[in-house]
Design a protein around this ligand. Structure first.
Ligand SMILES: CCCC/C=C\CC(=O)SCCNC(=O)CCNC(=O)[C@H](O)C(C)(C)COP(=O)(O)OP(=O)(O)OC[C@H]1O[C@@H](n2cnc3c(N)ncnc32)[C@H](O)[C@@H]1OP(=O)(O)O
Length: 525
């Protein structure tokens, strides 16, 4: 099992910045090898980014199609030929992966030996399909044997496993493999570490804060042999045991090892920001100070979502914030204050695109709302399938547009109505209500309110609940529920853009936005 950690950045330098539409940009990106270290030339801020990490799925999903595309009619025409195709795809999956795939998620190749690829569980001899997971054993779902969380997921998805395997110890010895995504050209610097529980065989990478790290741990006694951990330097290591309590002892021990090995002395200890179940990516919004939805962040979110959707080993994304106390402050007002109509149009198209992509995403999207979530931030959360909000009275959520003197577009209003109903939306939209957690829960704006330190773990449990449902059934149902709302925007996208531009470019609206922005700045002072 490989842990693959990706950070996609917008390759600014090679992209047109003016009137090129988002679609054209995306199209170009497909043929483009991302440059991970490129920083926007016009900005001295840290570039906005969303960071995600992933764990490769293990056999439940169909393998990726071989070059030339999947033989769509093959399965129907000939089960045997279809099986052959699948096994050739498995063989392909077992082949060494390239370090970078142009136009797709940038992979970091684990140096772990690849484990044998399990046969697809979905085809029986004769080609008849069977229920997902039915008849699989602990061997085909190895994590289930040792990790209660995986076991829960496995049970929920109908996986049977041998009782003996359940008793198998998960503990030491462990080998840790650590990759620094951005040091891929440097020779690895092996570090050796031994203790009772952990055996660090290799630690690769540097120590600078804000660099992204990968750890893949190998546990010999597991049937799969590998535990997946993701890390970002500077994150709180204590998050990991909360997310996956069974790993507490291991993580505590492990933290002493690589942290000691990597620490420069003053530098932070090696963090593990999440322990993840397979198939799940965590996206952290990182556009300090308040995660305002700048054009850059919107674009990056859209591209990242597309990449994750195209990567068939992902089934869900947990969306959360990397900025303290704020999930997302909504539209970046500096993108629409004092800008020309062309820029406003480009910005609004990016906003529409993000909403459409999120609202209709085939992946499960869970919002782990760990901060304030007004206006556009609330749109992001509402586009997810499930919302978990931290129980802090300062973290308010809602659509407060009217308080800024602006009006939510119809598709936003529709999303609100779909979530909390007509009457509640009518009231909340007109009053520009921002709900504190208890009220947000009561009105149905969020699905769970939990103590702040449990937001991530609850989001992960929610994810497990949603992933327990077969993908195709869930996706079709989601589409059935949401398509009409999305279609409404798709039908009048240009008109909506024109409305937005002519509205925000009005002098009176510009004045009121400027005044609001000024108020925000003064409030700080
Ligand atoms: C036409 C129809 C469109 C409809 C669709 C969407 C509408 C929108 O999304 S409009 C945006 C609405 N957003 C808000 O009203 C949120 C405003 N911000 C806040 O309330 C607070 O900043 C927040 C609670 C999010 C965080 O509070 P603090 O942690 O105390 O931070 P500060 O208030 O001190 O802000 C720090 C810094 O950020 C700037 N800021 C805040 N929000 C935005 C924003 N939306 N866009 C741009 N910049 C923003 C704020 O001015 C401060 O700037 P500096 O003083 O320069 O540091």
């Amino acid at each position: 099992m490989d842990l693959i950690h990706c950070c996609v950045r917008w390759p600014w330098k090679n992209f047109p910045t003016s009137k090129t539409s988002l679609f054209q940009k995306e199209e170009r990106l497909r043929h483009y090898n991302p440059l991970p270290l490129t920083v926007p030339a016009f900005s001295n801020r840290m570039p906005a980014q969303c960071v995600f990490s992933r764990i490769e799925g293990k056999g439940k999903r169909s393998p990726p199609p071989p070059p030339g595309g999947a033989p769509a009619k093959l399965a129907a025409a000939s089960p045997v030929a279809s099986r052959k195709w699948r096994s050739s795809a498995h063989a392909l999956r077992g082949a060494p992966r390239r370090a970078q795939t142009p136009g797709s998620v940038t992979y970091v190749q684990s140096n772990l030996p690849r484990r044998p690829v399990p046969r697809s569980p979905r085809l029986r001899p004769g080609g008849a399909a069977r229920a997902p997971g039915a008849g699989r054993t602990a061997r085909s779902h190895p994590g289930a044997a040792t990790c209660p969380f995986s076991a829960k997921m496995a049970l929920a998805s109908g996986v049977r496993f041998a009782p003996r395997a359940l008793l198998r110890p998960w503990s030491s010895p462990v080998e840790l493999f650590h990759h620094d995504r951005y040091r891929h050209h440097e020779p690895p610097a092996p570090v050796h570490y031994e203790d009772k529980h952990v055996s660090v065989v290799k630690v690769w990478g540097g120590t600078e804060p804000s660099r992204y790290f990968l750890i893949t741990a190998r546990i010999h006694k597991w049937p799969s042999g590998i535990l997946r951990l993701g890390g970002i330097n500077g994150d709180d290591i204590s998050e990991a045991p909360r997310v996956c309590p069974w790993a507490r002892r291991w993580v505590q021990t492990a933290s002493a090892g690589p942290a000691a090995a990597l620490s420069t002395g003053a530098g932070p200890s090696l963090p593990l920001f999440l322990l993840l179940a397979e198939w799940v990516a965590v996206m952290k919004l990182r556009n300090p100070p308040v995660n305002a939805l700048s054009l850059e962040l919107l674009t990056e979110l859209v591209i990242s979502l597309e990449k994750l959707e195209n990567d068939k080993t992902f089934r869900g994304i947990i969306l959360t914030s990397d900025c303290p106390r704020v999930f997302c402050a909504g539209l970046d007002l500096t993108e629409i204050c004092g800008r020309n109509p062309a820029h406003c149009a480009e910005y609004w198209k990016a906003m529409q695109e993000l909403w459409l992509r999120m609202y209709l995403s085939s992946l499960v999207l869970v919002a782990a709302i760990n901060g304030a979530c007004p206006a556009g931030g609330c749109i992001i959360a509402l586009s997810c399938d499930c919302r978990v909000l931290a129980d802090n009275p300062k973290y308010r959520i809602g659509l407060n547009e009217t308080l800024l003197g602006i009006i939510a577009p119809f598709w936003l209003k529709d999303t609100y109505v779909n979530t909390i109903g007509h009457r509640a939306s009518e009231q909340a939209l007109q009053l520009g209500s921002l709900f504190p957690p208890a009220e947000a829960l009561q009105v149905g704006l969020v699905d769970q309110v939990v103590p702040e330190d449990q937001v991530q773990s609850t989001a992960l449990s929610e994810m497990a609940r949603w992933l327990a449902v077969p993908d195709h059934a869930r996706q079709l149902t989601k589409n059935m529920m949401r398509k009409a709302t999305a279609d409404r925007l798709l039908r009048q996208r240009d008109a909506d853009t024109q409305n937005f531009v002519s509205f925000v470019c009005r002098d009176s609206i510009q004045k009121s936005l400027q005044a609001y922005l000024e108020k925000l700045r003064q409030r700080k002072g």
